[in-house]
Design a protein around this ligand. Structure first.
Ligand code: GLN
Length: 252
């Protein structure tokens, strides 16, 4: 039967590569936050998914057509500079309005909110991509943190390292990413925030290395349901999570 006139059916081409954009590594990349990028590349690769990586320094334009944007932590002055340049650039805001995934850590988390505290404690405007605002807290939060993720996200308990002075409040359009079990996080018993596909967190570690479930959440938002990873590939991170969580009296 020649219901297609004998012509071959559509040949599936290679799946489109997931475009990862690492925003301002020259200003925002403390505590090994580049590991977040490496883990996304690795976990996509374990599923046979192609990725393209663009590292965009602060003197370059942020492309508006990425799938996942990563922002790391930073010192106070580079953080203010990064916010100023990102506001002028407009690429990240354009990506967010297209529904791109944004994952921002610490200084990056504060920058994507409405405002944060600069080097002298002054209010600095952020990008307004997540309904949060941050200011300077009474004392610096430094140390291990563990937190229970919003059950709606289906991500196992978080483990990470925090080092920040900022405290963060949510407006009605943002939900807490997690409830703190041990540590400080936002300063009100919650940790991080999300709204749509924009997520911010105070967790270094790096966060996606210690919490591959969070990495898979981001990849799944772009690529749809993901096949599981061979458990043999997860053994090291399983040991790391068990050890880090046990150091704070928690289980994985
Ligand atoms: N400067 C911000 C604060 O102290 C962010 C610090 C960081 O990224 N580690 O709150």
């Amino acid at each position: 039967m020649h219901d297609n006139l004998g012509l071959p059916g559509p040949v599936p081409g290679p799946a489109a590569a997931i475009r990862l954009v690492w925003v301002y590594p020259d200003l925002l990349s403390t505590y090994g936050d580049r590991g977040n990028l490496l883990v996304l590349v690795r976990r996509a690769g374990l599923r046979g998914m192609a990725v393209e990586v663009a590292g965009v320094n602060s003197d370059q334009q942020v492309p508006g057509d990425g799938d996942i944007y990563l922002l790391g932590g930073g010192e106070d002055l580079p953080q203010v500079l990064a916010a100023r340049r990102l506001r002028a650039d407009g690429g990240l805001a354009a990506a967010a309005s297209r529904g791109a995934v944004i994952f921002a850590v610490c200084a990056g988390y504060q920058i994507i909110g409405a405002e944060f505290a600069g080097a002298e404690g002054e209010a600095v405007p952020g990008l307004g991509l997540l309904d949060i605002r941050s200011s300077r807290g009474e004392q610096r939060a430094v140390g291990e943190i563990t937190a229970e993720v919003d059950p709606g996200l289906g991500v196992p308990r978080l483990t990470g390292f925090e080092n920040h002075q900022g405290v963060t409040w949510r407006g009605p359009a943002a939900r807490p990413l997690a409830a703190v079990l041990d540590g400080v996080g936002n300063g009100d018993g919650t940790e991080g925030a999300y709204g749509g596909r924009v997520i911010g967190t105070y967790l270094h570690g790096p966060a996606l290395v210690r919490n591959p479930g969070l990495a898979d959440l981001l990849l799944g938002w772009v690529a749809g349901p993901l096949p599981p990873v061979d458990p043999r590939q997860e053994e090291l991170v399983r040991q790391l999570r068990t050890e880090r969580l046990a150091s704070r009296g928690a289980t994985a």
